[in-house]
Design a protein around this ligand. Structure first.
Ligand code: GLP
Length: 241
């Protein structure tokens, strides 16, 4: 697990966009897993910027990203939260589309205040797959900002499972702001537990957290992470580009 500490939201967005653009550059047919949430808006803005500068980028998504970049709509797979009926079948077909694409090369993640990744709320099984998940009140409230006044924020969501996420070859988790600091500290330095879904990322061999000072404020090993970063830049700079 690599922990990249940055000053603020802007620096995080830029670093994440550069890492994603670099991965696409190395593998143009990269299978990319993306995330919604306010943390991602800056990342997508920078990706659009890098794309406009001539870097190829093939892969919330329409208005922040897909409308502005060269992604064939056939290659976009967003679970449709409005379906009714056979959720199991729908979720299994989503898993199948990941397999058919050859698996996810790079999975971008945010984190909820309660430590969720995707919409895997606390107590989600570490082996869980794509499924319909009931949202916690905290998540319903946090997401209400994305919906118009009077419009009800969803109470359930279709989300990739933790097991699905852990199969991505590389994972990038972004977090900003003090409200995420407890979840970040528990995820990186706490025990692996279903009570904090993101702590399951400790089981993955290639995870990078990019977090700002406020989100990092409860980490106890900050000096060490800085030192690791310096050595990474010297010895394995590929991990940072
Ligand atoms: C949401 C989404 C996640 C997002 C997280 C944090 O519920 N499922 O993809 O990363 O919560 O959202 P935000 O970045 O708005 O704080």
């Amino acid at each position: 697990m690599l922990v990249i500490l940055k000053r603020d939201d802007e620096a995080i967005s830029l670093q994440a966009a550069q890492l994603i653009a670099g991965a696409v550059h190395k593998k143009p047919a990269l299978v990319l897993g993306l995330a919604t949430g306010s943390t991602m808006v800056g990342v997508y803005k920078h990706l659009v910027g890098l794309h406009k500068q001539g870097r190829s980028f093939r892969h919330f998504m329409h208005e922040n990203l897909f409308a502005h970049v060269n992604v064939n709509s056939r290659n976009i797979h967003i679970p449709d939260g409005t379906i009714r009926g056979n959720y199991d079948e729908y979720c299994a077909s989503y898993e199948n589309s990941i397999r058919k694409a050859g698996g996810i090369d790079l999975q971008l993640l945010g984190i909820g205040r309660n430590g969720h990744i995707g919409f895997n709320e606390p107590t989600s099984s570490i082996g869980s797959r794509t499924r319909l998940k009931v949202l916690s009140q905290e998540t319903i409230d946090d997401n209400s900002k994305f919906f118009a006044k009077g419009e009800e924020s969803p109470r359930c969501a279709i989300t990739m499972g933790i097991g699905t996420i852990l199969e991505a070859r590389k994972i990038l988790l972004l977090a900003t702001g003090k409200s995420k600091s407890t979840a970040v500290a528990k995820s990186i330095e706490g025990p692996v537990t279903s009570a904090v879904s993101a702590s399951a990322l400790q089981l993955h061999p290639d995870v990078t957290f990019i977090i700002d000072d406020a989100a990092a404020s409860q980490l106890t090993q900050r000096d060490y992470y800085h030192r690791v970063l310096e050595m990474t830049a010297l010895l394995t700079p590929d991990r940072l580009s």
